[in-house]
Design a protein around this ligand. Structure first.
Ligand SMILES: [Zn+2]
Length: 419
């Protein structure tokens, strides 16, 4: 849909809403809305020359609701495994079941279904505290937890180790739980562990978390241990290319990012980073130059929803709030997330942006209008109101990241093929 026809459609929608005194148009099932093939109600008796009234047009909100459930929505980073890991009882039992409604956290099956979420990457997050020992064990435990979610509710969830898996699960109406490992610490200085974690289903690795590790420097760490990737880290990147694991540049330092772009033979992702343009000087987000470099190599930045990621002033105000601890912490809005998506589009085009909410990993800092996984339609509504087409939404919601993932799979398949 063009920007103009959209404006017309939304104006008609508003008109329809304001002219009718009968039940609100919102109560009409979305599939009955705005389709050219939908039979129009029998015309009222009247003069034959009465202009044929147009079928009621979809409002942006209705269109967003419909598309959120038609389009495959992939989210690059959801911290469900760590949320569950923290909740394990002494006897090993789990107190949280995300297959049903939950009162804590941002993700569960009913809310994901409501929001149209189809493929949230489960973050296998390993704290830098385990860098010296135990990291691999923790990663294995978290992967076990994700497998457990699927084993307990195979009618609702499915593992996904390839693009084809994600698409097949989507066709089956199941939520895919692909896995990405946040922090390379579990590699534990053994290159063979890259293939080991690929075997276990890990499909991206965020090379470092909040501290420099044996692979890469972190954006949060001031030591600059390796001034980028370590020598071993360069081998890890090449090995990830070889076995087919996406490289995630979120969290790593600018120097490490530059090294990755030099070493990787395939496009890379930033699984949950936003634009530094809106948070000047904050290295956890990506600068315009980095986004351009990422895009030139075919990569994708998946926008983080955290209020502190979205606006520098809100970030400072929230930091000050944490020190004083009274009043209400300011938060960003769903419109800020749309601003970041549009900034990437203006900079490098719609082929290089995706979603990486960080749900369940942000505490109480989610933006107004985007507080949990049920709220993706609200983000789509804002993008539709700003004139973005269905095709663009498909790219943003999953198409771009699936393209990178496919390129990574293809490269690995070629590397494995007999010469
Ligand atoms: Zn993170």
């Amino acid at each position: 849909m063009t920007r103009l026809s959209l404006l017309v459609a939304s104006a008609l929608g508003l008109l329809a809403a304001s002219c009718h005194s009968d039940p609100a148009p919102a109560s009409i099932p979305p599939q009955d809305q705005g389709s050219a093939t939908t039979p129009v109600a029998a015309p009222e008796p009247g003069p034959a020359e009465d202009p044929d009234p147009a079928p009621p047009a979809e409002t942006p909100a209705q269109m967003a609701e419909r598309l959120a459930h038609e389009i495959l929505i992939l989210d690059g980073h959801v911290d469900v495994p760590w949320r569950l890991h923290k909740a394990i009882e002494r006897d090993g039992s789990l107190t949280i079941d995300v297959a049903g409604p939950t009162t804590d956290g941002d993700f569960d099956y009913p809310r994901a279904k409501k929001g149209g979420l189809d493929a949230p990457f489960m973050s296998i997050y390993v704290s830098p505290d385990f860098e010296k020992r135990g990291a691999k064990r923790v990663a294995d435990e978290l992967i076990d937890l994700v497998e457990g979610i699927v084993a307990k509710a195979p009618d609702k969830f499915a593992l996904a180790k390839s693009v084809a898996d994600v698409e097949a699960n989507f066709a089956d109406g199941k939520i895919s739980l692909p896995m990405g490992m946040e922090n390379g610490a579990p590699i534990e200085r053994r290159l063979a562990n890259v293939a080991y974690f690929h075997e276990r289903g890990i499909r991206y690795i965020t090379l470092a978390h909040s501290k420099d590790n044996h692979i890469s420097d972190s954006s949060y760490d001031t030591r600059h241990t390796h001034h980028g990737l370590s020598r071993f880290g360069r081998k890890v990147v090449a090995e990830m290319n070889r076995v087919g694991i996406m490289i995630d540049v979120s969290h790593i330092s600018d120097e490490a990012f530059a090294d990755v772009m030099e070493v990787s033979k395939v496009p890379v992702i930033a699984s949950h980073s936003s634009c530094r343009h809106f948070t000047p000087g904050w290295e956890r987000n990506m600068s315009d130059e980095m986004i351009q470099r990422l895009a030139e190599a075919g990569g994708v930045i998946q926008i983080n929803f955290g209020s502190g990621f979205l606006d520098g002033d809100i970030r400072k105000a929230r930091d000050a709030f944490e020190e004083t601890d009274h009043g209400e912490a300011p938060r960003a809005t769903v419109e800020h997330v749309a601003d970041h998506i549009e900034h990437v589009i203006e900079l490098v085009g719609v082929e290089h942006v995706g979603l990486g909410s960080d749900f369940d990993g942000l505490g109480d800092s989610l933006p107004e209008g985007l507080r949990d996984v049920s709220a993706y339609p609200n983000l789509l509504r804002v993008l539709i109101e700003r004139g973005h087409t269905e095709q663009e939404l498909r790219q943003i919601c999953s198409g771009n990241v699936l393209r990178v993932w496919q390129a990574v799979e293809d490269y690995a398949a070629e590397a494995a093929a007999p010469k």
